[in-house]
Design a protein around this ligand. Structure first.
Ligand code: SOE
Length: 390
């Protein structure tokens, strides 16, 4: 069976996911057959051009005509269009893959997760946190789950970019509270919160995030719109920092900024446990640094580029490094396998996706869980006090 995919959004994320789908038959031959069926957007000329470049069969200017007509719906539009089309697709029984953050607000994220629950297990609903699919992150997760770092005490996550450091950098939808929900908190903080939950969130490690203390800051509160010769207000945060307390008593420190001069896309995670520590940086995504207390010789740099490392055998010989775009191929592989498995359990065989689970993760429930943490950080900033999560 060929899965017909409808995709809303044809800019940055549209390109990343279309590229991923195009790579699947070459590198993941056991992936389901996928047709880039219809590309959805508002501007017909731009859409026609993008559909040609990205390999789509057709275009549509209204998502409502598409969501119940395709086998899978990808929602890669700006945050403010995440909820309505995704919910409509799920109500029509169409699996949905939605970009992060799941929604601009906690209320909408709750409605989306409820729609996913109502749609049932046969209709996968995934939230596209692509950094879970970096081979070195999967490797780190295996070490942590095997207990090799012991009891977790500290988790540190920072995501640094600098594209707004220039006060003349133009206004965009990402800077508007109505369209984006929040600023760097939802855009970058969502990734860090999700990775932290993925890596140490299990009961045997640090467990759930129980309370947070957050601090948000907007450095430049209006920006130019060059085409219209005017300025518009910035109504979201430019930077955030947060302290976390986990169920097991571990401490977390998170931070992100669009004003971190010199940093383009620097997502770093550090974890310290009783038996050792690890360090990952997106700027060196083929490596994982691991320190073991028993050896006490500092950090060892492990090249996660061997054929038995997660996903690597599908690509190149050992040492032929992977990059950012590969994370999208991996998540598309897992998500589309889950869709195919859910629709045809006997043909997909085995009942398990390649990452060992029956259902795709990160799911809408994971998207909602991250959103709860983000909302608590915002609330803490507003109230200037620690906020507990239910
Ligand atoms: C913002 O600059 C951005 O593109 C995010 O929206 C992505 O989620 C992140 O992966 C890279 O940075």
């Amino acid at each position: 069976m060929t899965l017909e995919v409808g995709v809303l959004g044809y800019r940055f994320m549209g390109k990343a996911h279309a590229n991923a789908m195009a790579r699947l038959p070459m590198f993941f031959p056991d992936a389901p057959d996928v047709e880039r069926s219809v590309l959805v957007g508002r501007d017909e000329d731009a859409l026609t051009d993008a559909a040609d470049r990205l390999g789509f069969e057709s275009i549509a200017t209204d998502w409502a005509d598409v969501v119940d007509d395709v086998d899978v719906f990808y929602n890669l539009g700006p945050n403010h269009v995440h909820a309505e089309p995704s919910i409509a697709a799920l109500e029509a029984g169409t699996p949905v893959f939605c970009e992060k953050p799941l929604a601009p607000t906690l209320e909408e994220a709750e409605e989306m997760a409820e729609a996913a629950r109502n749609a049932g297990d046969g209709v996968p609903a995934g939230c596209a946190f692509n950094y879970r699919f970096v081979p070195a992150i999967r490797y780190a997760k295996e070490l942590l789950e095997a207990g090799e770092l012991g009891e977790i005490h500290h988790v540190r996550g920072r995501y640094l970019q600098d594209w707004l450091a220039d006060p003349e950098a133009p206004w965009s939808w990402r800077l508007d509270a109505e369209l984006a929900g929040s600023g760097v908190l939802g855009d970058l903080g969502a990734h860090t919160v999700d990775l932290v939950r993925f890596l140490v969130g299990s009961e045997r490690l640090a467990g759930d995030i129980e309370r947070v203390s957050g601090h948000l800051r907007t450095f430049v509160d209006e920006r130019p719109v060059p085409e219209e010769n005017e300025t518009r207000p910035v109504t979201v945060d430019d930077a955030y920092s947060a302290q976390l307390e986990f169920e097991n008593g571990a401490m977390g420190t998170l931070e992100a900024s669009r004003f971190a001069t010199g940093h383009k896309n620097d997502h770093t995670i550090e974890i310290h446990g009783s038996k050792g520590s690890l360090r990952f940086s997106l700027e060196r995504l083929n490596e994982l640094e691991v320190m073991r207390v028993a050896e006490n010789r500092g950090y060892e740099t492990i090249l996660v580029t061997d054929e038995d490392d997660p996903y690597v055998e599908n690509w190149w010989p050992p040492g032929h490094v992977l990059g950012w775009e590969h994370t999208f191929v991996h998540e598309n592989y897992e998500f589309l396998r889950a869709v195919s498995e859910a629709s045809e359990p006997s043909r997909a065989g085995g009942g398990e996706t390649a990452d060992g689970g029956d259902e795709f993760e990160p799911s809408f429930e994971d998207g909602l869980a991250a959103q709860r943490v983000l909302a608590a950080i915002e609330e803490s900033d507003a109230k200037r006090e620690w906020v507990s999560l239910e």
